[in-house]
Ligand binder design. Structure first.
Ligand SMILES: [Zn+2]
Length: 257
């Protein structure tokens, strides 16, 4: 394995040397959905929005829900425009000319000059300014101009409404669990469901490392009925219903696959 690793490293250096520009432009930050890890929000874009590429986010009973920083940066505006426009809004400067805006907030949780990271709560969803109901008005800008938003590098839907699930502030760490089948080996599948191919088994009592969790086929096992599947390796999933993790449902801070 050591030999393979050295070979990859050398290749990487050669490629890097060949394509690196003399004065590389600052890469765009990796923006994430501006809500806590694991939450799903409906994001709407529409051509008559101002500015056009802004996204309005909603979910059920969203008044007062926490809004988090899309990417690391420095808060450079915490402003209340009163009953007009953005109302209470926060702007974060991410460097390289990139900023993000979070508007119509009901309250602030940061101050100007504060450094924020992924997942930092900056304020709460509200309906301040020229808003007719609770939602988060969100923008990504480059050099002051609004740009089509990207999350994890993937372009948002223009135009229309789409559900975005947050991977913001999720621990990059993993979770642990212990397989408990009362004796029988547990089938490992190539994907999160019983319809995926069997790619092996894990013995009862095996301690597993869970890199992420996702929903799939509903399974009834030792710990009840659950549609959660645990990824325990590349292309290797087991039903969470047979895994003792210490938690009902998803393990806090373990990311969604
Ligand atoms: Zn809006």
């Amino acid at each position: 394995m050591r030999k393979r690793w050295i070979s990859l490293l050398v290749t990487g250096l050669l490629v890097g040397g060949a394509v690196a520009p003399a004065s590389p432009a600052l890469a765009a930050p990796t923006f994430k959905v501006p809500f806590p890890c694991g939450q799903s929000w409906s994001g709407q874009t529409r051509s008559d929005h101002s500015p056009a590429y802004a996204i309005d986010f909603n979910r059920t009973d969203d008044q007062g829900d926490p809004v988090v920083a899309s990417a690391p940066g420095t808060v450079d505006r915490v402003t209340d425009l009163g009953g007009t426009s953005y109302g209470k809004y926060v702007r974060i400067d991410h460097g390289g000319g990139y900023t993000t805006y979070y508007a119509h907030l009901s309250g602030f949780n940061v101050s100007v000059g504060q450094t924020v990271g992924y997942g930092k709560v900056i304020g709460w969803v509200g309906s301040t300014g020229g808003s007719t109901g609770p939602h988060l008005h969100y923008e990504q800008r480059l050099n002051g101009n609004d740009i089509q938003a990207r999350f994890n590098g993937t372009l948002a839907l223009y135009w229309g409404t789409k559900t975005y699930t947050s991977g913001n502030g999720c621990s990059s760490g993993s979770g642990n669990g212990t397989v408990d089948t009362s004796g029988t080996p547990l089938t490992v599948r190539s994907g999160p469901g019983t319809g995926y191919a069997s790619v092996g088994t894990v013995a009862d009592g095996t301690r597993v490392t869970i890199s992420c969790q996702t929903s799939g086929t509903t399974v009834t096992g030792t710990y009840g009925t659950s549609s959660i599947w645990d990824r325990i390796g590349s292309g290797r999933y087991i039903a969470d219903a047979y895994v003792y993790t210490g938690y009902d449902g998803y393990i806090p801070n373990v990311p969604r696959c």
